[in-house]
Design a binder for this molecule. Structure first.
Ligand code: SF4
Length: 326
């Protein structure tokens, strides 16, 4: 395949078409390096040698009413995930400041378990923390709070929120196998409300649940249609006790690189992040995620699992000749 020709098309025409995307994600292993070189050209065209780092905090953990098959925090699954209520404003602000100062994070997100925010008092705490972080840091402020109303989103925006994170998680055609307590359309609705309120949207998915390459491409085109700003790619880290741990189909490191590259060709200008599961799924090929097209990653720990240390991540970025966006 002529990957450089497709890269030129992706740059000039804001992306490749579905058939081309499928061919890219199914690239023969023998052509991997040609694919990566072309994907890197697209990344460099739109993002130069800059990498963005997102930090998160699991602001409320466990006992979620929903049954997402991969999630350790669902009350439907028997896991040993920690359970605690919403952290205090002081704890949320301290975590954000530490991510900026100690980990060079450029964006910080409060992530809560549950279908939505459950009380006015939770919303007040989140609003107060956002106001303080807006005043006392240079961080891009993000939250991931499940399904929200337009009124709730507007309140958060008035407190300094810039970006809403809400993953579609998987293709519409696979969604019913991943979750039955809410719908794909519920997630689309929250994304549309965030855009209506004037927020940036960060939305992506989790891979390795048993979905096909066609469904991985289907998800990317759905995200393109929704014009999201940033697309996080998570690779399943199977947690014992979750249904996905029994049904998952692990991606090889090379399959993960092809997936990242396909997303870069489909969504050439967007931020593409590789977040959860990168250490486990990519192993020693981890630095290649940036060559495959990623320009964002998560620094520090994930929601319920540990990441590699911030020092290791910053060293990896430096050694690739990349720079953290200030
Ligand atoms: S992914 Fe979110 S909505 Fe789904 S079970 Fe986990 S915390 Fe609940």
């Amino acid at each position: 395949m002529i990957y450089q020709g497709l890269a030129a098309k992706a740059i000039a025409e804001t992306g490749v078409d579905q058939a081309e995307a499928l061919a890219i994600i199914n690239t023969p292993d023998s052509e991997l390096l040609s694919l990566l070189t072309a994907a890197e050209r697209i990344r460099r065209h739109f993002h130069g040698n800059k990498v963005k780092l997102c930090g998160i905090i699991n602001a409320k953990s466990g006992r979620c009413s929903e049954n997402c098959s991969f999630c350790a925090q669902s009350a439907h699954h028997q896991t040993d995930c920690r359970v605690y209520p919403l952290l205090s404003e002081k704890e949320l602000v301290a975590a954000a400041k530490s991510a900026e100062k100690n980990m060079s994070a450029t964006c910080f997100s409060f992530v809560t378990s549950g279908k939505t925010i459950h009380s006015d008092s939770e919303l007040r705490t989140l609003n107060s923390a956002l106001t303080t972080i807006s005043r006392e840091t240079d961080l891009n402020r993000c939250v991931s709070l499940g399904t929200l109303t337009l009124e709730q989103i507007k309140q958060l925006k008035n407190s300094g929120l810039k970006r809403l994170h809400h993953n579609l998680e998987t293709a519409e055609s696979f969604f019913g196998k991943m979750c039955t307590t809410h719908t794909y359309q519920d997630r689309v609705r929250t994304i549309k409300l965030a855009k209506e309120a004037g927020l940036e949207v960060c939305s992506g998915g989790i891979f390795g649940l048993g979905e096909t390459n066609e469904q991985r491409v289907e998800l990317a085109f759905a995200l393109k249609e929704l014009a999201v700003k940033s697309v996080p790619i998570n690779i399943l880290n199977p947690v014992p006790g979750t249904p996905a741990a029994k049904t998952s189909k692990s991606l090889t490191p090379i399959e993960v690189l092809k997936l990242i590259a396909a997303y870069r060709f489909i969504l050439p200008a967007q931020d593409i992040g590789v977040f959860g599961g990168r250490e486990r799924s990519l192993g020693s090929l981890q630095p290649l995620m940036f060559i495959a097209g990623a320009n964002v990653t998560l620094i520090g720990d994930y929601l319920t699992t540990k990441g590699q240390t911030p020092e290791q991540d910053l060293k990896m970025i430096r050694e690739l000749g990349l720079e953290v966006e200030g």
